[in-house]
Design a protein around this ligand. Structure first.
Ligand code: NAD
Length: 456
């Protein structure tokens, strides 16, 4: 595929104004949904071959989220695309003022590998819903899912409107040399910096959905059983390869032993060896990530799990105890099925340590004490999170999803995504019939008095 040619065709197509017609956009969204529905079996097969993700998990954590976003857009984009009247004020009387949401133009969406369908397709669909054209570059690591998305999109949509470019660093670098009207990137903080730098060359606006180490607080008054249940599900979903997974736990020392027991009970349902690897537990994406994760398991700290099998790319759900902020596992985002637990005796001390690190993508607090919950919410800056739950905040499209600081910039999901891919054009609209002379020269003392009276 000639990337430059597709890019210039998209500019030409955008300039025909066809995508500004909301009915055209709705028709395309319906077509995408129908296409995914018709090909669900192929989509399930591809992701299973890439990293053993089951049909249930693929539906629950990928396809259902895509369908949900499409439904929201089909229902709302007519309203969201309308111009909105706002107040004008006396200084501009007798004008009216309004905001016109308009598409940005030709957009580039770059995906990460961990939820390969939804992380690529939701931003791409959002961009189309807002009236843009899209070049989508999914992650090359899960090659079968990347391939199936390219096949489905490229054979069913003209590339001047929506196109998938497969590939890795080389293809992304070629794309980044071109001038886009918006770049939406999901991936690591280090590659996010490369994207930001490339975008700066053209002053292209970017949304960066990045990662980081998301803390989870378990306070002394938490419902221990329910905390363990919700946390274990969230952490070991996708074998821990989730950007918003609880990265590490900070548990009140007084309940540490009970909490560890509750984690063990919950983990009993999970496979302990690769032979038992069940439909509901994924492989690590590739051997290089497997090797990186295996090195993070210090067997002196293993409280549960720690079984690895390189050939099967299997790491059993692993809980580490007696961890401190200085341990290797606390340096970078884990992004795998290893949960380090730090017990604390003084909450303020651990809050201080969390705040010394870069702002995380998520933070979770398990407690019934509203005073402490509010204190933590006030003191710690993070992208988004949940009280007495983990991960599930991202399933609510009424909540903007995104990071802050090194965990990202910009948000999406639902209306927030529509706004991310739109420009708000501001218009002051005035008739000819009245023009007070006050702002025109000569500037007299009386005019100054009058203007002060008007404006203050
Ligand atoms: P990554 O940064 O390695 O790759 C992301 C994309 O960038 C891929 O499409 C890849 O081909 C491309 N890329 C890689 N190196 C590049 C380079 N040098 N130049 C140009 N393009 C390059 O990330 P990943 O390993 O796919 O994903 C894991 C990271 O993504 C984790 O940090 C995770 O937290 C984060 N993530 C964040 C979110 C979110 O919504 N905030 C969601 C999923 C994953």
């Amino acid at each position: 595929m000639n990337i430059k040619e597709v890019h210039s065709k998209q500019h030409a197509f955008f300039n025909t104004n066809k995508t500004k017609d909301v009915n055209f956009r709705i028709a395309q969204l319906k077509k995408i949904k129908a296409l995914l529905k018709e090909n669900e079996a192929t989509l399930y097969k591809a992701i299973y071959e890439d990293f053993g993700k089951s049909e249930f998990e693929t539906y629950a954590s990928e396809l259902s989220l895509i369908y949900h976003e499409i439904n929201i857009f089909i229902k709302n984009i007519k309203t969201w695309s309308k111009r909105k009247r706002v107040k004008t004020g006396l200084a501009n009387f007798p004008a009216k003022s309004y905001i016109i949401p308009e598409p940005l133009g030709v957009t580039l969406v770059i995906g990460a590998w961990n939820y390969p369908y939804q992380i690529s397709l939701i931003p791409a669909i959002t961009a189309l819903a807002a009236g843009n054209t899209v070049i989508l570059k999914p992650s090359e690591l899960p090659s079968r899912t990347s391939n199936i998305m390219a096949k489905l999109i490229n054979t069913n949509f003209p590339n001047q409107y929506f196109c998938v470019v497969e590939g890795g660093v080389e293809e992304t670098t070629t794309l980044l040399d071109l001038k886009f009207d918006k770049i939406f990137f999901t991936g690591s903080t280090s590659v996010g910096k490369i994207i930001y730098k490339a975008a700066a060359k053209h002053l292209t606006p970017v949304t960066l959905e990045l990662g980081g180490k998301s803390p989870t607080f378990v306070l002394a008054d938490a419902d221990i059983k329910m905390t363990a249940k919700r946390m274990v599900w969230a952490k070991f979903l996708n074998a821990g390869q989730t950007c918003v997974a609880p990265d590490y736990v900070l548990v009140d020392k007084t309940i540490e032993a009970q909490f560890m027991d509750a984690l063990k009970t919950e983990l009993d349902n999970y496979p302990k060896t690769s032979n038992e690897q069940k439909e509901n537990y994924l492989k690590i994406i590739n051997t290089s990530h497997f090797d990186r994760l295996s090195k993070l398991i210090n067997h002196n700290n293993v409280c549960f799990g720690g079984i690895i099998d390189r050939e099967a790319r299997f790491i059993s759900p692993t809980v580490l105890k007696n961890i401190s902020f200085e341990d290797d596992i606390m340096k970078d985002e884990i992004f795998g099925p290893i949960l380090p637990v730090i017990a604390f005796t003084n909450l303020d001390d651990v809050v201080k340590k969390v705040k010394q690190r870069s702002k995380p993508l998520s933070c979770y607090i398990y407690s019934k004490n509203r005073k402490i919950i509010n204190k933590l919410l006030k003191e710690i800056s993070f992208g988004g999170g949940a009280i007495n739950d983990s991960i599930m905040h991202l399933s609510n499209s009424n909540l903007p999803f995104g990071g802050v600081g090194l965990s990202g910039m910009g948000t999406y999901h639902g209306k927030y995504g529509f706004e991310t891919f739109s420009h708000k054009k501001s218009i002051l609209d005035k008739p000819f019939w009245l023009e007070p002379n006050i702002k025109y020269a000569p500037y007299t003392k009386n005019k100054l008095k009058l203007i002060k009276w008007f404006l203050e």
